[in-house]
Write a protein that binds this ligand. Structure first.
Ligand SMILES: [Fe+2]
Ligand SMILES: [Fe+2]
Length: 367
C-alpha cells in the first residue's frame, strides 16, 4: 500500500471517472482454510458474541416504518432554522459560495446527504464482501460461525441503505474513488488478519462513530431508527474484530506489528482526509480550492473528523497497537490530535450497550 502525505491535495481532488462501471473486479490471492477442529466455544467470547448475534437479527422490511414520509428539503430547512440561518461565520467572499443563495445551500445539503448515504451503502457492500472472506480464511470455528452471522447483518445493512436512497432520497452517487481504493487494498491483502484490521477495526470503527454522529443530528424518524438498528449490529462487528485480533497480535513479532500499525494509520488518514464529497462539489460547480476553504474553516467539520477516531483509538489500544514499536502509532495519533480518545470505551464489550432486539423499536428510538 502506498503511503501518501495526508495533505497531498492533488490526490484528494481525484474523482471517479468510470462512473458507469457496473462490476468491479479485484484480484486477490489468499488461502481458504478448512478446520477439522469443531469444538464450539473454544473461544468463549467469540462464542458468546455468536449467540448474541443469533437473537439480535432484525428484518429490514418489516421492522422499520417505511411508510414514513421523508421531505429532505423541509428537514434541512428546519435544521438550518435551528442553527439560526446559513451563515457559517466564515469569510468566503473570495469563493463561489459568496454568490450562493438559500436555494443553492439547500441543494448542497440535499446532494451532500445523497452522497453520504450512498457511500454508507457502498461501504456496507465492502463489509459484506470482507466478512464473506473472513468466513473462508479465519482458522477458528467460533470465528467462522460468528462471521457467518455478520454476512447476514451486512446484507441487511446494504438492503436498508439502498432502499432508503431509492425510496426516500433523491439520487445515488457512485462509490468515491478513495473509498473504493481503500476497500480494494483491504480485499487485495492476502493476510487474514488484515481483512479484520482494515474492515472490522478501521472502516467499521469509523462507520460506527459516523452513524452515531448522524443519529444524534437527524430529526428524521425513519433514518434515526434505521441507524439505531445498524449501530447495534456494527458495535458487535467491531467487538468481533477486537476479540479476534487481541490474542493473535500478542504472537506477532515487533516488525509484523509495526506493519499493522502503518496499515491502521494509513487507513485512518485516508478515510479522514480523502472522503471529502469530491463528487458533490463537482456536481455543484465548486472548485476544490473553494471547497477546501470552506471545509478548513468549519469548526463542525473539524469536530466531526476528530470524533471519527473515537472508536478507532481505544480499539487500537486494546489490540496493543498504540504502544508497540516504541509507541509509533501513539505518536501518530498525537500528531492528529486524537490521542485523547485512548481511554474512551473500547468496543470489545460496548455492543451490550447498543443491543436492540427485533421488535423493540420503540425502546431503541426512545433513547
Ligand atoms: Fe454494516
Ligand atoms: Fe458491520
Amino acid at each position: 500500500m502506498a503511503i501518501f502525505g495526508a495533505t497531498d491535495r492533488s490526490i484528494v481532488e481525484l474523482t471517479n471517472t468510470d462512473t458507469t462501471e457496473a462490476i468491479h473486479q479485484v484480484e486477490a490471492n489468499y488461502d481458504t482454510i478448512f478446520t477439522w477442529d469443531y469444538e464450539k466455544g473454544a473461544r468463549p467470547k467469540l462464542s458468546r458474541l455468536y449467540e448474541k448475534a443469533k437473537t439480535s437479527m432484525w428484518n429490514a422490511q418489516s421492522d422499520l416504518p417505511w411508510d414514513t414520509d421523508v421531505d429532505q428539503e423541509r428537514i434541512l430547512m428546519a435544521r438550518v432554522e435551528d442553527l439560526g440561518g446559513f451563515d457559517r461565520g466564515l469569510d468566503l467572499s473570495h469563493t463561489v459560495f459568496s454568490k450562493w443563495n438559500d436555494q443553492d445551500w439547500v441543494r448542497f445539503g440535499v446532494e451532500s446527504q445523497n452522497w453520504t448515504l450512498s457511500q454508507f451503502m457502498h461501504g456496507e457492500q465492502g463489509a459484506l464482501i470482507c466478512t464473506a472472506r473472513i468466513v473462508e480464511n479465519v482458522p477458528w470455528i467460533d470465528a467462522k460461525y460468528y462471521a457467518a452471522t455478520q454476512v447476514m447483518d451486512e446484507a441487511r445493512h446494504l438492503e436498508v441503505f439502498s432502499k432508503y436512497l431509492d425510496t426516500k432520497l433523491s439520487g445515488h452517487y457512485p462509490i468515491n474513488i478513495h473509498l473504493r481504493a481503500l476497500l480494494d487494498d483491504i480485499i487485495a491483502d492476502s493476510r487474514w488478519d488484515m481483512t479484520y484490521l482494515g474492515m472490522q477495526i478501521m472502516v467499521e470503527g469509523l462507520a460506527l462513530a459516523a452513524f452515531g454522529f448522524i443519529y444524534q443530528l437527524t430529526g428524521e424518524p425513519l433514518l434515526k431508527q434505521l441507524l439505531r438498528y445498524v449501530m447495534a449490529d456494527e458495535a458487535r462487528h467491531v467487538a468481533f474484530g477486537v476479540l479476534s485480533l487481541q490474542d493473535f497480535y500478542q504472537q506477532l513479532t515487533a516488525a509484523e506489528i509495526h506493519e499493522r500499525q502503518e496499515f491502521a494509520f494509513e487507513a485512518a488518514v485516508r478515510m479522514r482526509d480523502r472522503l471529502v464529497q469530491q463528487e458533490v462539489w463537482e456536481r455543484m460547480g465548486v472548485p476544490m480550492a473553494d471547497a477546501f476553504a470552506m471545509m478548513d474553516g468549519s469548526a463542525d467539520r473539524q469536530l466531526f473528523q476528530q470524533l471519527l477516531f473515537s472508536k478507532i483509538v481505544p480499539n487500537c489500544k486494546k489490540l496493543g497497537l498504540l504502544d508497540a514499536a516504541d509507541g509509533w502509532l501513539r505518536k501518530k495519533f498525537q500528531e492528529l490530535g486524537v490521542i485523547h480518545f485512548e481511554d474512551w470505551t473500547d468496543t470489545a464489550e460496548e455492543f451490550e450497550v447498543y443491543q436492540v432486539a427485533s421488535g423493540s423499536l420503540e425502546a431503541a428510538s426512545a433513547e
